[in-house]
Design a protein around this ligand. Structure first.
Ligand code: SF4
Length: 237
């Protein structure tokens, strides 16, 4: 087991047409944004304490984890229960500036940020309000990785990220859609990470992540209390 996910469910502040949460059984996306403790939180922590897993991700099935009312309380409690563990936030960044104090309490953050252009952002995220990435990075005290969509990445986009001081980008394919993608010319292959190619873009590390073939394993706490080693819960047990 490489890491653990704590998954939040409920209404989101974005409306991405290809949200992976919409492809999961409805029960797994049920609203847990206002409950504390989370369903089966204690059992999940016990299983982590008995395991070697020390990488824990706050993420969502169909919502953004920063919408969780008790985000800071949960993070603080888990830090006490799992000494030495590292905590990562996966977020769309919409609340990052408003909740910058808790944002900076994670060990690192991965932001879904597909474009700087409002029109394209609207198309991909269902809202024209592009988070102010430059301002988020200016206030961030923790490493921030950018998660973008491989089909929409351009050399200008990568250059802009690099100019803003971003060091790592992961390019995602839309789950379940076998799209053929033309990545920008000039990416230099440097190696691979868990079967996914890693490139250099003028000092920016770019990983081309094919979710379907990823070799990582995780323990997942879903919003309904399901604890499963399978992220894609068509295989839940
Ligand atoms: S931001 Fe994430 S959780 Fe929200 S709609 Fe988009 S993909 Fe789904």
């Amino acid at each position: 087991m490489d890491f653990a996910n704590i998954l939040f469910g409920g209404p989101c502040n974005r409306a991405c047409p290809f949200c992976i949460g919409k492809q999961l059984p409805a029960a797994l996306g049920q609203n847990n944004l206002r409950i504390y403790p989370l369903r089966k939180q204690d059992e999940f922590v016990r299983r982590l304490q008995q395991s070697q897993v020390r990488q824990i991700v706050f993420t969502g099935t169909n919502t953004d984890p920063q919408l969780y009312r008790y985000e800071e309380r949960l993070l603080n409690e888990l830090r006490g229960q799992l000494p030495g563990a590292q905590f990562c936030l996966h977020s769309n960044g919409a609340l990052a500036l408003r909740k910058i104090d808790v944002f900076n309490r994670y060990d690192r953050v991965c932001l879904s940020f597909p474009t700087f252009e409002a029109d394209l952002y609207q198309q991909l995220m269902g809202s024209p309000r592009v988070p102010d990435l430059a301002e988020i990075l200016r206030h961030s005290r923790v490493p921030v990785k950018i998660s973008a969509l491989a089909a929409h990445v351009s050399s200008a986009f990568l250059d802009r990220l690099r100019e803003l001081g971003v060091q790592r980008v992961v390019l995602r394919r839309l789950y379940g859609i076998h799209e053929s993608v033309q990545l920008p010319q000039g990416l230099n292959l440097q190696g691979s990470y868990r079967g996914n190619p890693v490139y250099d873009w003028r000092g920016l590390e770019v990983t081309d992540w094919t979710f379907d073939t990823c070799e990582s394993t995780s323990l997942n706490l879903f919003p309904d209390g399901t604890i499963s080693p399978h992220y894609l819960l068509t295989r839940a047990s």
